[in-house]
Design a protein around this ligand. Structure first.
Ligand SMILES: [Zn+2]
Ligand SMILES: [Zn+2]
Length: 203
């Protein structure tokens, strides 16, 4: 059982970063924790590793990489629960250990709704886009900006279901062991014959 952290750390994203201008607003499921993002994500992916499956209770996790100086917790920063994760959290043996201690890298969650909404590293955060309040179209569908749309799947070798979405896929981390939608390892990265003319020449 974890208790809420006694006090928030004293640097961004727990204090306001310099020259911070909010672009996106986000909150956990119950609204106890709120934060702003000061810009677009640098990268976005789906992760099929078993830690993500277990921690989030989903077939795979959707995450976006955002620099810490583009994140500011505007509400509830002192309530955030830290799950201090060691390297073992990322292995495939199901080994996990942690306590509510602010020691990077760590996972951040709400003490009430238990939404696990971010991973914090030294310079970057993995923010989960489902918690960002994106604009909606007239049918109520979220409009996800390109920068937050996943551009690849990683740890696809651990998937519980195939995903035929045409995105790049890797059996390991990004750029490690590219594979197709069925998880068959490819000898080359799939984007090698980008130019159709060049592709024809090779044939
Ligand atoms: Zn909450
Ligand atoms: Zn993962």
């Amino acid at each position: 059982m974890t208790a809420p952290s006694e006090k928030a750390p004293k640097q961004p994203p727990y204090t306001k970063p310099d020259n911070f201008k909010p672009v996106y607003h986000a909150s956990c499921y119950c609204g106890t924790i709120e934060w702003d993002l000061g810009g677009d994500a640098l990268d976005a992916m789906y992760c099929h590793c078993e830690t993500c499956q277990t921690l989030h209770g989903t077939p795979y996790q959707w995450a976006a990489v955002v620099p810490k100086d583009k994140v500011f917790f505007t509400k509830g920063a002192d309530k955030i629960v830290f799950f201090n994760s060691s390297d073992e959290v990322y292995n495939d043996e199901g080994r996990m250990q942690g306590k509510n201690e602010y020691k990077l890298p760590c996972k951040l969650s709400c003490p009430y709704c238990h939404a696990s909404f971010a991973d914090e590293g030294r310079r970057m955060m993995l923010m989960l886009p489902p918690y960002i309040h994106f604009e909606r179209n007239k049918d109520g569908k979220k409009i996800v900006p390109k920068a937050f749309q996943s551009n690849h799947h990683m740890f696809y070798g651990k998937r519980v279901a195939d995903v035929a979405d045409g995105l790049e896929k890797f059996l390991g981390r990004k750029d490690e062991r590219p594979c197709d939608d069925e998880g068959k390892e490819l000898k080359e990265k799939p984007d090698t014959p980008k130019d159709p003319m060049e592709h024809n020449e090779k044939e």
